[in-house]
Design a protein around this ligand. Structure first.
Ligand SMILES: CC(C)(COP(=O)(O)OP(=O)(O)OC[C@H]1O[C@@H](n2cnc3c(N)ncnc32)[C@H](O)[C@@H]1OP(=O)(O)O)[C@@H](O)C(=O)NCCC(=O)NCCS
Length: 167
């Protein structure tokens, strides 16, 4: 298999990141019919509004012709936290791969690269994930652990919890 092309995300990638946020948040299950609909959801738009400013940092994975997946981190605050909020110094992570490219190693490559790039900058990174999401295996393999007591009932009525990777 050809290794994925990985590069830093820029402001110009915001529409693709929005599409990946749509996948990562399982927004279609909640009746949101397009990535644009996320913009009116403060609990989700906090991960993307004005992307590419401040300390935002992300990696895009592509074939020679099109982006296939992305992961990024953003520092959120207690005033406008995300679902994986730990504290104001711990960025939250989002990751998704387009449906046709899942299970081929791209998610692992993206997350491995992002971790290597940011581990000297932050004490930790965190995320929120549904307990039934197979992505939990990927996170555990790369060193994330469950944040005890962070369980919440998510928008789908199942349980999500925060996971953290301490550097
Ligand atoms: C999670 C995701 C980014 C992983 O990327 P990927 O390229 O499929 O991952 P890889 O091929 O590198 O690694 C496989 C691992 O990804 C996860 N995975 C594979 N297919 C998946 C799917 N359809 N949904 C969720 N996770 C999946 C599993 O942890 C798998 O590990 P396993 O082989 O031990 O089961 C990707 O599957 C995806 O976009 N899923 C839907 C969106 C999502 O759930 N995002 C995370 C929200 S917290």
């Amino acid at each position: 298999m050809t290794p994925p092309l990985l590069r830093l995300a820029t402001r110009a990638d915001e529409p693709f990141l929005l599409a990946m946020l749509y996948e990562a948040s399982y927004a279609a299950e909640q009746g949101l019919t397009s990535p644009e609909a996320l913009r009116s959801r403060p609990d989700l738009s906090c991960y993307i509004d004005g992307w590419g400013t401040g300390d935002d940092f992300g990696i895009i994975g592509s074939t020679a012709t099109a982006p296939q997946g992305a992961t990024w981190i953003r520092l959120l605050t207690s005033e406008r936290p995300g679902y994986g909020y730990i504290d104001d110094n711990t960025p939250e992570l989002v990751i998704a791969v387009v449906p046709d490219a899942r299970g081929t190693g791209l998610g692992t490559a993206l997350l491995t690269r992002l971790i290597a790039d940011v581990r000297s900058r932050y004490p930790a990174i965190s995320l929120s994930v549904r307990l039934e999401n197979p992505a939990r295996r990927l996170y555990t393999r790369l060193g994330f652990t469950d944040v005890v007591g962070s369980e919440i009932t998510n928008r789908a009525g199942t349980t999500s919890m925060a996971m953290i990777l301490r550097f």
